[in-house]
Design a protein around this ligand. Structure first.
Ligand code: HEM
Length: 238
């Protein structure tokens, strides 16, 4: 992107880049890719619940006692904000530039369930993350005086909470089914042979993220012995 002649300073050029439509798209895509990195790490950590309560609690305690955690959390909030604010602004700018009723994607099969519902699934994910962080990280509601594993199990014992989780991570999967391939396009990767393969890999990634996260509320909410979720534990939360 060429800087305008009256925009010679670095901050001005950064601002100009962020105001351009391609600048916004690149930032949204880059933040999205980094958020996917968080999702993979978070999923791998959460899957330790299948190994057992003690293992999961030890992992969570190691995370909490890491002095770099506040920095990582601030980075995570920053990524969410960049992704949300710039994608909303890009969508509004697109709509404003588009004549009434005009469809951007006219090519056969260009629109997918994922691309059509990006705003909806994005909103669902935002609502989910707020409820999720409030209930599991800050432990509003749910069982008190128990370790983190028992606290999560206590919440999953509520079928509405577990059903909401499955729907929300379904929204995450649908969002990623379009988001991953859109990010690849934004970064300018286009190859007649590899692009279709990368698209399929993106769909597989979205599905694995959905299935991995959904397995937790499904198993601990509906299959695992619910009585284990009720009681304070003394190292016996397996
Ligand atoms: C469905 C299965 C999930 C489970 C069982 C789960 C579990 C947890 C737990 C126990 C915490 C608190 C960790 C702690 O305080 O040490 C947490 C935090 C968090 N989770 Fe999840 N999570 C799930 C899915 C997700 C998804 C799909 C997202 C994003 C879309 C997400 C985003 C977050 C965020 C942003 C935090 C706060 C991280 C921090 O500030 O340290 N989680 N999760």
């Amino acid at each position: 992107m060429e800087a305008t002649p009256d925009c010679a300073s670095k901050p001005c050029r950064i601002f100009e880049f962020l105001e351009s439509s391609i600048g916004k798209k690149i930032m949204v895509a880059a933040a999205g890719v980094l958020l996917c990195g968080f999702l993979v790490a978070h999923l791998l950590g959460n899957l330790l619940m299948f190994v057992g309560g003690e293992t999961f609690n030890r992992y969570a305690e190691a995370l909490v006692s890491n002095p770099l955690l506040p920095l990582a959390e601030a980075g995570l909030v920053g990524l969410f904000l960049i992704h949300i604010v710039l994608s909303v602004r890009a969508t509004l700018a697109n709509r404003a530039a588009r004549p009434e009723g005009y469809q951007v994607y006219t090519g056969k099969g260009a629109r997918t369930p994922g691309s059509r519902t990006m705003a909806l699934t994005g909103t669902l994910i935002l609502v989910f993350v707020i409820i999720h962080v409030a209930t599991l990280k800050y432990q509003l509601g749910g069982p008190k005086g128990v370790d983190l594993f028992a606290h999560v199990l206590g919440w999953f014992a509520n079928p509405w909470y577990s059903i909401f989780y499955v729907l929300a991570v379904g929204g995450v999967g649908l969002h990623l089914s379009h988001g991953v391939q859109s990010a690849i396009q934004t970064f300018g990767f286009n190859h007649p042979r590899y692009t279709p393969l990368i698209r399929k890999a993106g769909l597989a990634f979205a599905f694995l993220i959905f299935a991995g996260f959904a397995s937790l509320p499904v198993y601990f909410g509906f299959i695992h012995e619910p009585a284990l979720a009720c009681c304070p534990t003394e190292g016996g939360s397996k």
